[in-house]
Design a protein around this ligand. Structure first.
Ligand code: G4F
Length: 349
């Protein structure tokens, strides 16, 4: 019998890859979206437009307990992937209060409603390497102490412990993925990787002359989101719930990312990247690198993309997107970018 899964954050990068992956495994896929997304599907459902006739969307808000409770009271789920969050670290410095509200209360509402109505449903929480922050050891693993450096990181630590507490107190199957940075052509333009790849593509096509960035020396462990959603699914297939680091095991600086992205279009980044103080953070996470040994050993998880392949795919996708917008050919296929405005599929009211 096919399984039924609920994804919060289904319109985001990870949600869209996860929905595709679960559909390929014959799951029935449901997602929570803001009601406003249904009113503007072209703008807000772009990443899942190609899936809309195969998924069920539930309008709700993670800031409203009754709206979440109502979904669980109407539909049974085998698995719930809680990916929705205010996920932009820089924004969490600008408005820490709404980041806390969405990320901490949203997670608490999900867990509480599940406990009340569907305690057998398996739960995945999207933890983050930002929880390690000012790192206490390298590489970071499941046992590394947390030292978050932003309101976002603090909110993820709170969500992690809420998830653990529901597992230990109520015997629920609750897991956290401690995911290091994961990117791809569907990444939002505010994150540094997409800012660089879209900037390199624009400069190559003569549409821009520079990219303004902050700290080029920050080191991150970057993987591909399509690889990382497979790890989320594997966590919920295990005999017992647990927490796992998901990472590539390599670290690269923002500068190295620039170097490879600009090289992909035959340019030297040093001529086009400008430092801009507004993109430096009040407190920085200097260097992250994860040890995904447990995920590899217990889950049998292996990433397929290399760092260079990730960058190459992102740059080529951005070139194709701009090429189409400026009247070029069909270019590199990317569901997010090729999505035509279309009617929303099944909507649960
Ligand atoms: O791309 P970023 O904004 O990602 P960040 O802060 O590492 O967080 C991402 O990964 C986390 C997993 O570890 C997630 F939990 C989180 O939700 C998000 O997906 O910044 C990466 C690095 C930072 O050190 C930042 O200071 O790039 C540096 N950076 C330099 N110039 C910049 C810029 N970041 C952004 N966004 N924009 C810049 O212009």
């Amino acid at each position: 019998m096919s399984q039924t899964a609920l994804i919060t954050g289904i319109t985001g990068q990870d949600g869209s890859y996860l929905a595709e992956y679960l559909l390929s495994l014959d799951y029935k896929v449901h997602g929570i979206v803001r009601r406003v997304a249904l009113e503007e599907p072209e703008r807000r459902l772009g990443r899942i437009a190609h899936l809309c006739d195969r998924i069920v969307l539930h309008p709700a808000s993670l800031e409203s307990y009754p709206s979440i409770f109502s979904i669980f009271s109407r539909q049974q789920f085998d698995e719930c992937y809680h990916l929705a969050a205010q996920s932009f670290v820089a924004e969490s410095f600008a408005d820490g209060f709404s980041t806390m509200q969405a990320n901490v209360s949203g997670t608490h509402f999900m867990l509480s409603a599940l406990r009340e109505l569907q305690p057998q449903c398996r739960f995945y929480f999207a933890g983050s390497s930002e929880m390690f922050g000012k790192v206490r050891e390298t590489p970071q693993r499941e046992t590394t102490p947390f030292h978050p450096r932003s309101p976002y990181g603090i909110s993820k630590v709170a969500g992690f412990y809420l998830t653990m507490n529901y597992r230990e107190s109520y015997n629920m199957f609750c897991c956290s993925g401690m995911l290091f940075n994961h990117e791809g052509p569907r990444r939002g333009f505010e994150f540094v990787t997409r800012k660089i790849t879209s900037g390199a593509a624009r400069i190559k096509l003569g549409l821009a002359s520079e990219v303004r960035l902050g700290n080029l020396d920050a080191g991150r462990d970057w993987g591909h989101a399509a690889d990382y959603v497979r790890a989320m699914h594997l966590m919920l297939q295990q005999p017992a719930p647990d927490d796992y680091v998901v990472a590539s095991g390599e670290t690269h600086t923002v500068r190295e990312f620039c170097d490879l992205a600009f090289a992909e279009v035959g340019l030297d980044y040093r001529k086009y990247v400008r430092l801009d103080p507004q993109f430096f953070r009040p407190a920085e996470v200097d260097l992250l690198v994860g040890d995904a040994g447990k995920a590899r050993r217990v889950l049998g998880w292996e990433p397929k993309y290399t760092f260079a392949e990730l960058i190459s795919e992102m740059v080529r996708s951005d070139l194709a997107l701009l090429d189409r917008r400026t009247g070029g050919g069909p270019g590199y296929e990317n569901p997010q970018l090729s999505a035509q405005p279309q009617a929303v599929g099944k909507v649960s009211q």
